[in-house]
Design a protein around this ligand. Structure first.
Ligand code: ATP
Ligand code: MG
Length: 134
C-alpha cells in the first residue's frame, strides 16, 4: 500500500483510470464504499475540468495524517488558462461553458478541506482533503 499515486490526465481513458485508482486508494485508506465514491466523484469532476478547460494536467493522491487521523489528499494541477474570478467559479450554477456549474462547489461540499489556487495565464491547482473519521 503505497502512500502516493499519480495519474496524468490527458483524455477520457485517464479520467476513468483516475476514478478507479482513487476509489481503490480511498478504500485502502479506510473509507467505506459511500465515502470512497465521494472522493472518486470529486476526482472525476476535477479531472474533467482539466480536460475541458486546460487540455491536460496531473492528479496526485496522497495518504495524509494529522490530529484528525488518517485521510486522503487529492491534488490536481494544470498549466491551462487559470481562473480569473475564483469566487464566481466557486458559486453554484456558474459555468463558462453552459453546463451545470456544480463541479467545483460540489467537490468543496464532498470533501472536508478545499483549496483552489489559480493564476490567470499560468494554471490552476486544487488541493482537497477528506478525513476517514470526520
Ligand atoms: N482547471 C480549470 N482551468 C480553468 N478554468 C476552470 C478550471 N476548472 C474550472 N474552471 C472554471 O470554473 C468554472 C466552474 O467550474 P465547475 O466545475 O464548477 O463548473 P463547470 O465545469 O462549468 O460545469 P460542470 O462541472 O457542472 O459540468 C468553469 O466553468 C470554468 O470557467
Ligand atoms: Mg466542471
Amino acid at each position: 500500500m503505497t502512500g502516493e499515486v499519480q495519474v496524468p490526465i490527458r483524455g477520457e481513458t485517464e479520467v476513468r483510470r483516475a476514478v478507479l485508482e482513487s476509489t481503490r486508494f480511498a478504500q485502502e485508506t479506510g473509507f467505506d464504499e459511500t465515502r470512497s465514491r465521494m472522493i472518486a466523484t470529486a476526482v472525476s469532476e476535477l479531472a474533467r475540468n482539466i480536460l475541458k478547460y486546460a487540455g491536460s494536467g496531473q492528479l496526485r493522491l496522497r495518504r495524509v495524517s494529522s490530529s484528525r487521523g488518517a485521510g486522503v489528499e487529492i491534488e490536481v494541477s494544470d498549466h491551462g488558462p487559470g481562473i480569473a474570478d475564483v469566487e464566481a467559479a466557486m458559486s453554484d450554477h456558474y459555468s463558462s461553458s453552459g453546463t451545470l456549474g456544480m463541479g467545483l462547489p460540489g467537490v468543496k461540499r464532498m470533501m472536508d478541506e478545499f483549496d483552489l489556487h489559480s493564476e490567470p495565464g499560468r494554471g490552476t491547482r486544487v488541493t482537497a482533503r477528506k478525513w476517514v473519521d470526520a
